[in-house]
Design a protein around this ligand. Structure first.
Ligand SMILES: Cc1cc2nc3c(=O)[nH]c(=O)nc-3n(C[C@H](O)[C@H](O)[C@H](O)COP(=O)(O)OP(=O)(O)OC[C@H]3O[C@@H](n4cnc5c(N)ncnc54)[C@H](O)[C@@H]3O)c2cc1C
Length: 362
């Protein structure tokens, strides 16, 4: 069976690898000339990445032991947490190579243009030539603005995106710890981050549904960093009603909006979704049904996002104060943010004051 994957990002390539390994004929089309460029990601991964057994020295930049959370009123809490920082260029290249070695063919500078009936039209950019083919299966893994998803009619008008902007800066940093900053004056839609690559270099940014550039400029200026390079990209907000399969086309990764709405991390959910999709194709399973458990997690992240969106600065101060208590710290240390349900339940049982935030669910 012939499978065409549009987009050679890490999720498309990982799925391509799994399908090629399972014996399918897999073509991956990528519009850029080089895999992994331009970089549009911070590259933070929770320790849940270990479950995938894919961590490699070749793309690992730093390993954190702590996360620092800063409240609007100046409180600082430090949560022990092992997390990884990857080089997205090398990371994406690693997954492309994995796919190639398993037998997938990757076509660079090939951009999906449109579909006509069952035919896909892909432009070979170097020769300015349109190619037509009719694969049995199409996987749309072409990121948050997926042209493929548009062509197949996946997207609805309520779909929302964030705009993330980050800079590579020079300064003095503690490489063991990355920092997050909350509050209406930093970034009302999400938070600001300072993620050190080393003692002297860090990735600093914000993401927002509007005015991202304004929040970014204010945040970076306040910290007084020397900017070496700026990167930006779109991040989708998860939508619970997003369809995942229409006709012979499957939606995957950012194209499907499988991103944690609390932190906008999409790599681990996308990797897990790629494993589910490869299993569904190989074993004739229903993709919508098979992603139910992952969707439940995405939904809880979205609910939490809806609560956080209503926060005033005083609410962040209150929440961060509660999270700073030793028993909350222990809970936060034990759980990663990939699966928030056990954390939320245990936190509520241990700290009834968290019920105060229940009013934002209404
Ligand atoms: C500023 C920022 C910071 C982020 N930080 C983190 C983080 O720390 N941790 C985390 O987990 N996630 C983070 N994310 C999200 C993360 O980058 C995505 O979830 C992840 O890249 C999704 O991978 P993907 O393969 O689905 O899509 P992408 O990485 O977007 O790959 C899609 C590929 O499709 C190609 N493509 C697009 N259109 C076409 C077309 N028409 N034809 C052919 N090819 C096409 C693109 O060139 C690209 O190579 C961040 C995002 C941004 C913008």
């Amino acid at each position: 069976m012939h499978i065409s994957i549009i987009g050679a990002g890490p999720i498309g390539c990982y799925c391509g690898y799994l399908l090629a390994k399972a014996g399918y004929s897999v073509d991956i089309y990528e519009e850029h000339a080089e895999i992994g460029l331009p970089i549009q990601c911070t590259g933070l991964l929770t320790r849940d990445f270990d479950q995938l057994n894919l961590l490699k020295e070749s793309f690992l930049v730093n390993t954190f032991q702590e996360v620092e959370v800063n409240s609007p009123d100046g409180q600082k809490i430090v949560i022990p947490q092992t997390e990884y920082l990857v080089d997205r260029h090398k990371f994406d290249q690693y997954f492309a190579e994995l796919a190639r070695k398993a037998g997938a063919k990757i076509y660079l500078r090939h951009s999906f243009v449109r579909k006509e009936g069952k035919e896909l039209l892909v432009k070979e950019l170097k020769k300015n030539q349109e190619l037509r083919f009719s694969p049995e299966i199409v996987i749309a893994a072409d990121g948050p603005l997926s042209k493929t998803a548009h062509a197949y009619g996946f997207y609805h008008p309520q779909r929302q995106n964030y705009y993330g902007i980050q800079a590579i800066v020079e300064g003095k940093f503690n490489p063991q710890r990355y920092q997050t900053f909350f509050g209406r004056e930093v970034c009302p839609d999400l938070f600001g981050w300072i993620v050190p690559e080393s003692k002297t270099r860090a990735r600093v940014g914000v993401a927002s549904r509007k005015d991202a550039k304004k929040w970014f400029d204010t945040f970076v200026q306040k910290q007084g960093f020397k900017i070496k390079e700026t990167q930006a990209g779109v991040i989708p907000l998860y939508h619970p009603k997003q369809k995942l399969k229409i006709g012979n086309c499957y939606l995957l990764g950012d194209a499907s909006g499988f991103v944690k709405a609390t932190t906008l991390g999409g790599i681990i959910p996308g990797m897990k979704q790629a494993e589910i999709l490869a299993d569904c194709i190989a074993n004739g399973k229903d993709y919508e049904r098979a992603t139910k458990s992952l969707r439940r997690k995405m939904n809880l992240h979205l609910r939490l996002r809806n609560v956080f969106d209503k926060f005033e600065d005083k609410d962040w101060d209150k929440l961060i104060k509660i999270l700073g208590k030793p028993k909350m710290q222990r809970l936060l240390e034990q759980h990663t943010r990939e699966n928030p349900l056990p954390l939320v339940v245990k936190a509520l049982l241990n700290e009834p004051r968290l019920l105060y935030f229940g009013k934002f669910l209404v």
